[in-house]
Design a protein around this ligand. Structure first.
Ligand code: CA
Length: 230
């Protein structure tokens, strides 16, 4: 059966548009216009993914996110009304899988949904890290810890390598500085993520990545980074 997506959105026009578009894409859709209704449907239907508007009439969408996270690992993509970097970071650090900013394109939304569903399935099956990972000319052999780019081996420091693996394991998803820091170093940054930025800059140089037109790692302004591609 097709995956069910719960659309939590109080704007009738947007909710209807999302419903039609998601159905056309092959998903089943349930809908809620309040946080309370959303939580009931999460429990009753166990949707495959929740698309969550943060500005709801009866509560803050962040409260809904917190409750969904208490219940389990259902992927949640938050929809933020404006380009509020703080809100995006807070949502991601509170366990949201990703975000889209209104107005968003359906193509962008579908890509985010595919990534979140795939990542969730991989996490459940414990297959997040393949032995050899290859994308767009970049090949990582996790066994020998060798990285080749367009057939040429590139030499990474241990931190650059771990940073790359964390990005690739979470490819397609926006990752906050805090998340990357904790995955790579295991402890909070005391320097405002300066070390992370320096090592990322060095990794990108070795990958031949230009910040303005990245091939692999895109900057999510005010948030962190995203490894491009699904
Ligand atoms: Ca709203």
């Amino acid at each position: 059966m097709a995956d069910e997506i719960l659309v939590v959105e109080d704007d009738d026009t947007i909710r209807r548009l999302l419903k039609i578009s998601l159905r056309t894409e092959g998903y089943r859709v349930s809908e809620a216009r309040t946080g309370a209704a959303a939580l009931l449907l999460v429990e009753a239907n166990a949707p495959a993914l929740v698309l969550l508007d943060l500005g709801l009439p009866d509560c803050d969408g962040m409260d809904v996110l917190a409750r969904v996270r208490e219940e389990g690992s259902t992927p949640v993509i938050v929809v933020t009304a404006r380009n509020l970097d703080d809100q995006k970071v807070r949502a991601l650090d509170a366990g949201a899988d990703d975000y889209v900013v209104k107005p968003f394109s359906m193509a962008e939304l579908f890509a985010r949904i595919r990534v979140a569903l795939r990542h969730h399935a991989e996490a459940r099956q414990g297959t997040a890290t393949p032995q050899v990972f290859a994308v767009d000319g970049l090949e990582i052999d996790c066994d020998t810890r060798t990285v080749t780019l367009d057939g040429e081996q590139i030499h990474l420091t241990p931190y650059e390598y771990r940073l790359l693996v964390v990005m690739v394991e979470n490819r397609g998803k926006a990752l906050t500085h805090r998340f990357i820091q904790s995955e790579v170093w295991g402890y909070p940054a005391a320097d405002g993520y300066k070390t992370l930025r320096v090592i990322m800059a060095s990794l990108r140089r070795k990958l031949g990545d230009k910040p303005a037109t990245p091939r692999f790692v895109a900057t999510e302004v005010g948030v962190g980074y995203r490894f491009i591609g699904e």
